[in-house]
Write a protein that binds this ligand. Structure first.
Ligand SMILES: [Zn+2]
Ligand SMILES: [Zn+2]
Length: 244
């Protein structure tokens, strides 16, 4: 008769810190559920606009759009290009509730942020996730940006506040609107609930993917108008400039 449950296998895994790579199912001893080969092959974002992280052919440049009109945020830190397999991983995290994938990407983004802090990037006072509208939040059941923010907050020991900004309007119908109408549409979508909470603060806005940057720009503008002294954006991935 056996009185003890048979945990031998689990103990072995724990002792050796062996995990299974979430991308290729091979065993890995990196301490994370991703193997070195898969991690190396991720589309790491290297050459980018110094302001909005738009992928560019070489480093140290500012893109045409940011040169024409500087965004309200200071800097975007994105770990990857929104390309294979990150696009698939983000989709599975965001729309199929695959938490371990989100957790892994947050952990790797957290590592690169930590690295940047050590190199002199200013640490924010507070992190704020880009909010979802209430209706979408009810449908999806969770806000992926808030999950990322909370994982990053724990890893980097930074406070997170999910309630400072409210999304009072969904903004689904951006297609077909001209630039000015889009901007107005977006501006009316967000409300700063507690302006005193950001006054004099360095804020990091957290999102999963930065596409046009206009949502981040809109929220950053609200924060700056309320007295935030600096707004950065941390996100998993940045899309390239749309064709045409
Ligand atoms: Zn792998
Ligand atoms: Zn730019």
């Amino acid at each position: 008769m056996r009185c003890q449950p048979h945990y031998g296998h689990q103990v072995y895994i724990w002792l050796k810190n062996v995990q299974i790579c979430l991308l290729c199912d091979e065993q890995t001893d990196t301490g994370f559920p991703i193997c070195t080969a898969c991690e190396t092959e991720l589309p790491w974002l290297i050459d980018q606009c110094e302001r909005c992280a738009l992928p560019l052919p070489m480093t140290g440049l500012t893109c045409a759009q940011c040169t024409r009109r500087a965004p309200a945020f200071n800097e975007v830190i994105a770990a990857w290009l929104y390309d294979f397999p990150i696009d698939a991983l983000v989709t599975r995290f965001k729309h199929q509730a695959k938490w371990p994938l989100g957790r892994l990407m947050a952990e790797l983004l957290g590592q690169s942020l930590q690295h940047r802090f050590e190199e002199g990037l200013a640490r924010p006072d507070i992190m704020i996730p880009v909010p979802l509208g209430r209706k979408r939040l009810r449908q999806r059941g969770y806000n992926q940006a808030a999950m990322l923010a909370n994982w990053l907050g724990r890893q980097l020991q930074l406070p997170v506040n999910e309630r400072l900004i409210d999304r009072v309007k969904e903004t689904p119908a951006q297609q077909g609107l001209d630039a000015r109408a889009r901007k107005r549409n977006l501006r009316e979508a967000f409300v700063l609930v507690e302006p005193a909470g950001v006054r004099g603060k360095h804020v990091a806005l957290i999102d999963d993917v930065l596409t046009t940057g206009s949502t981040a720009d809109t929220i950053a503008r609200l924060l700056v108008e309320a007295g935030a002294n600096r707004v950065d954006v941390y996100c998993l991935a940045r899309t390239p400039k749309p064709e045409g």
